[in-house]
Structure formats: structure tokens, C-alpha cells
Design a protein around this ligand. Structure first.
Ligand SMILES: [Zn+2]
Ligand SMILES: [Zn+2]
Length: 260
């Protein structure tokens, strides 16, 4: 059943936070009878981010091509996940202009200049009201989409992973409805794929990024297509919960597309 799908967001040892050889990801795709995957290793452009300076394009491209030649049975695509910072748009543009990717995924990993997990830890200690303080995160998502640099928007309600206690299912759709609506509308207007990312299932959250209420809003706004991803950093993470998520999306009238 997974043969029709590509996993649109995967990492290998060419990402600062993964040790997975590309060949191991390939073996996992074969085991699961997945159609293939897009390799989206991290690029960090902000000197303060972990992983800054780690990305090695030439070595990575060479390793990818070698692996791809050994896997003609799979659809393998060369992509990238760029951590978007509105203040570093020029560096990102310059980087992307001189290199070729089948799929460029944009992601917000920070709130202001602070990484999401750190922000959430501090917010918890200081008793921040999270019904208001996450605005900068979603605003950066909006700027990401409007920048016209990306094919896809990664893990839209990513901060939920670090919220304690776990927020109610409709927390974001309730408290950030306006800004999220703008992000989704911008995706539709700009032709940027909304990613449905199944990573939360690996940490005990029974819904993807973005959660079902946000996907229902997307559908109400006219969204009919998404791309599917697991954000795998290890072979066993590939295609997490894909069957269940595809089924639920189809029930909502949303089709899973392949990009790239
Ligand atoms: Zn990410
Ligand atoms: Zn990722």
C-alpha cells in the first residue's frame, strides 16, 4: 500500500543530528515497500544554531548519487531542509541559487533566536502564557511561505512536541487561528506544499504536524492536497504511521501528493 508514496522528509548522517547512512534508509524503504524518499538533510544558516557549518554539499551529493545508483527500484530524490530565518534570507537565496534540489523544504526551528525546545523550557519556568507567546513562531512560518524560496512547509505546529502538559488537540486552531489561517492561505496562494509530518507518533502524540483541527481548517480553506513525511533520522523512523494517516486524510477529503 505504501508503494505509491514518497517520504518527503528524511535525514542521513549528512545532517548534524543523524548518524544514519543513506543505504540504511534505503534498506528500510525496501522493507516497508515504500515508493521512495526525498533526502532532506539540514542546512543551518544562522551562526547561533546547532549544526551551523556542518552541511557539506559536495560530499553529500556524491554519497546520494552512489546510493541512488544502487537502488533503481526506489524513487530517491535529492532535497534539503533549510532552517528559515527571515534575517538570513539573502544567504539562503545565494545558497539555493547555485545548487540543484528536487525539493526544498523550509522549516522554522526557532522562536525569535531561541531554539523551540529551549524557548519552551524557559517559558514553562517563567510561566509564560503559551496562548500568546508563540506568535513569532507562526509569523516566521508565514514569512517562510511568502519568501517564495521553498517547495514545502515543514511541521507547522512543531512547538506542540515540547509543551507540558500536552496541549488539547485544538489548542493551536483555537489560540492561533488567525495567523495559522494566514499561513495556510499563503501555502495555497503560493503553491507551497503543506507537509503532514508523522514524527509526533514516535513521541506519543496521536496526530501529525499539523494536527487534525489545523488540517480541517486547511480543508475548509480549499486545501485538497498535502505531502507526507516522517522526518526520519533513523531507518526505523521512516514512514511512521503512514497508513493510518493516509486513511484519516482521505476521510477528510485530502489527497496525498508526491512532489519532487
Ligand atoms: Zn525540522
Ligand atoms: Zn527534519
Amino acid at each position: 500500500m505504501l508503494k505509491a508514496f514518497l517520504d518527503h522528509h528524511t535525514h542521513s548522517l549528512f545532517s548534524w543530528d543523524s548518524q544514519c547512512p543513506i543505504e540504511d534508509m534505503i534498506a528500510s524503504a525496501r522493507r516497508q515497500d515504500l515508493g521512495g524518499f526525498i533526502l532532506t538533510d539540514h542546512l543551518e544558516v544562522h551562526p547561533g544554531d546547532r549544526g551551523y557549518g556542518y552541511y557539506d554539499h559536495e560530499k553529500r551529493f556524491e554519497a546520494f548519487e552512489t546510493a541512488r545508483e544502487l537502488a533503481p527500484d526506489l524513487r530517491l530524490r535529492f532535497g534539503i531542509e533549510v532552517t528559515h530565518h527571515p534575517k538570513h534570507v539573502d544567504e539562503i537565496k545565494t545558497f539555493l541559487r547555485s545548487r540543484r534540489f528536487s525539493y526544498v523544504l523550509g522549516a522554522v526551528h526557532d522562536i525569535g533566536w531561541e531554539e523551540v525546545p529551549k524557548f519552551m523550557e524557559r517559558a514553562e519556568k517563567e510561566g509564560d502564557d503559551l496562548r500568546e507567546s508563540l506568535d513569532p513562531y507562526f509569523l516566521d512560518c508565514l514569512k517562510l511561505v511568502e519568501s517564495n524560496l521553498y517547495d514545502g512547509l515543514a511541521h507547522l505546529d512543531f512547538p506542540k512536541r515540547y509543551m507540558k502538559p500536552r496541549p488539547a488537540a485544538d489548542f493551536f486552531a483555537q489560540n492561533y487561528e488567525r495567523i495559522i489561517r494566514s499561513v495556510l492561505t499563503a501555502c495555497l496562494d503560493m503553491g507551497v506544499f503543506l507537509e503532514v509530518n508523522t514524527a509526533p507518533y514516535r513521541v506519543g502524540i496521536q496526530e501529525p504536524y499539523p494536527g487534525w483541527p489545523i488540517l480541517a481548517l486547511y480543508r475548509r480553506l480549499g486545501g485538497r492536497e498535502v505531502v507526507l513525511s516522517s522526518d526520519a533520522h533513523r531507518p526505523e523512523d521512516l514512514a511512521t504511521a503512514f497508513e493510518a494517516v493516509v486513511k484519516e486524510l482521505s476521510r477528510m477529503g485530502i489527497t496525498v501528493r508526491n512532489a519532487g
